[in-house]
Design a protein around this ligand. Sequence first.
Ligand code: NAP
Length: 339
Amino acid sequence: MRLLILGGTWFVGRAVLREALARRWHVTVFNRGRSGPPPAPVEHIRGDWERPQDLVRLAAHGPWDAVLDVAGTIPALVRNAARALAPVTGRYVFISTISAYRDWPYAPVDENSPLWEGDPDLDPGTRRWDPDAYGPLKVGCELAIRREFDRHVLIMRPHVILGPHEYVGRLPWWLTRISRGGVVLAPAPPDRAIQPVDVRDVARFTLDQIQAGGAGVFNLAPPVGRDTYEGLLIACVDVTGASCEIVWADEQWLKAQGVAEWTEIPLWRTLPTAWTMDTRKAHAAGLVCRPLRETAADTWQWLQAGGRPVEHERFAEHGLAPDREAELLRRWRLSRTTP
Ligand SMILES: NC(=O)c1ccc[n+]([C@@H]2O[C@H](COP(=O)([O-])OP(=O)(O)OC[C@H]3O[C@@H](n4cnc5c(N)ncnc54)[C@H](OP(=O)(O)O)[C@@H]3O)[C@@H](O)[C@H]2O)c1
């Protein structure tokens, strides 16, 4: 199997690269080389997907059975890559996102749920992270790929992805916070369902599908209701060995205090439908999701070993500052004692 990975050195790309090498595939990696060398010896072609001449140079290194576009976000650039690679590549595999669904997080979603409108030729002119533009941009990328590769397309739409090398900073924040111990503020209810997926499970399933010649769209996450917010925090306590008291504050009270869900308290989303992505299709096709505790343990081990993610603008968005948490805890306790 000859696989071309566009990207390959930050987070999801690292995991798919490792998985492909474990399968003894011939792997070519294309990126700018800014984030350091690939994490394993592979054919590394340096280039920028913003530069059409770099894509032409890349295509000359083909053919490949499949290209795996891990991180494409700008439709016009994904279109350029797909056009340049179509003559030398059998299939285009794309890591998309749950954010492609127009109704998420307001309704449960399956692979046939309506998507945002997307423009396959759009270049918004900025590369800054914008949560509102993210979904429509990814849909534009999907459309561009379909236009160039027709049915020879495999699209993965994962829910939140966690695991070693995560650079958004959700699980690293929770692990680091819990490891400090003391009284920890958490958003009630503890039995809130959550549905993050381990990066290595995303990688394994994607490569299984490439190997099996799979096509179409797959949602990727554990089954609805398997994991809970409390389970996540207990896993963090267990793997860090921290001693702490978790105080569950009412979610509406937290919102009234101006606490930003999703970012200030990572993975906290008040809408229950945020965690109702239907993933039965992928599970029937062989997706296996490891226990959340294993994800927490391996991420903690990576952090303890000095692991640092690539610098990313989204990292700073996540987490409560210690003094703000202490003040919120003080106010929450006061609200419970004053009639
Ligand atoms: N995090 C989540 O919870 C979540 C959830 C659902 C879906 N997703 C999706 O998962 C994917 C995450 O991907 P990732 O960032 O982890 O992928 P990655 O492949 O590990 O990292 C991005 C790669 O792109 C390269 N790159 C960046 N700009 C480039 C350019 N202009 N030209 C050439 N190479 C370039 C980077 O290397 P250099 O900097 O060295 O060039 C790096 O190798 C995204 O598609 C995201 O939408 C994430």
